[in-house]
Write a protein that binds this ligand. Sequence first.
Ligand SMILES: Nc1nc2c([nH]c(=O)n2[C@@H]2O[C@H](COP(=O)(O)OP(=O)(O)OP(=O)(O)O)[C@@H](O)[C@H]2O)c(=O)[nH]1
Ligand SMILES: [Mg+2]
Length: 309
Amino acid sequence: MSCLIHVAAAVIEDGCGAIFLARRPQDKHQGGLWEFPGGKVEPGESAEQALYRELHEEVGIEVLACEPLIQIPHHYPDKSVLLDVYRVTEFSGEAHGKEGQKTAWVSEADLGDYEFPAANKPILNAIRLPQRIFITPQAETLEACIENTLSACKRAPISWVMLRQKQLTLDEALSWRLALMQALDEGVEVTLNHPKSGAASSHLSRHLSSKELQATESNPDSSLLGASCHNLEEIETAVRIGCDYITLSPILPTNSHPGSPTLGFDAARQLIAQAPLPVYLLGGMSEEELPHALAIGAQGIAAISAWSE
Ligand SMILES: Nc1nc2c([nH]c(=O)n2[C@@H]2O[C@H](COP(=O)(O)OP(=O)(O)OP(=O)(O)O)[C@@H](O)[C@H]2O)c(=O)[nH]1
Ligand SMILES: [Mg+2]
């Protein structure tokens, strides 16, 4: 296999919800498609140095603050790239197409209207997905489930809830999901984790167990799809069927599975480096572990008890 071409690319934010895009010249690789500005890392340069240089050369800005967003290894038929993507949160100068390329400031919600190279799908997911997933602990009643969720949302800025109540039938789970959505603030996403979720409406955001993942051929629709993964083979399956994100577990020991083998942060870091999609660490995660998770390239953390009393 050819070696990976290391590329630094920037999600440049204006601080008001818009992102700067440039159009790749027709005669270049993936020409005519929209891109996050950037370019190849040169010998002797760090990815961050390349980012600063490329943004100066291509769009005329000086980066003042940036943070890593996601790394994506991607194999095109004609070349393999490792996209090292940063969020640029502060810069000086006015972003423009310094090399004559077409450019646009696009609101996050409108990014879906633009055509990007195939490698960019995970960047779009990394931009839109939050850092925390609250997984509902098993509850006796709907009221208890709502109470648990509201209480977690008070402890941290949670905008994504995974409804996981395996004791329920699919119909019950669907009605709990609706009730939960009504009880939560507008804009909080509720994803269904249920063994029969495949039979539900195709517009539902769903999360597959690793067993369901093995039995799924492809992502049949455009709604958000995730899966629980524990090793590289499962990650590769999740990528093949078109998952938008995964959870990776177990990272640390938990009360529910004391003494079970765990991945630890080092193995997690290595798996994340090979995963071209946002990864949430799961198992023993708490708010204190979030910076550590971000530092090894994860999108964030998923947890049942991190935000409980
Ligand atoms: N900059 C950038 N490159 C991307 C994106 N997505 C993606 O697949 N790529 C690929 O990553 C590689 C980046 O190369 P580039 O053409 O920007 O490199 P460069 O600025 O150094 O240009 P040059 O080769 O003309 O010197 C290309 O193969 C491009 O197709 C993206 O969003 N931004
Ligand atoms: Mg470039």
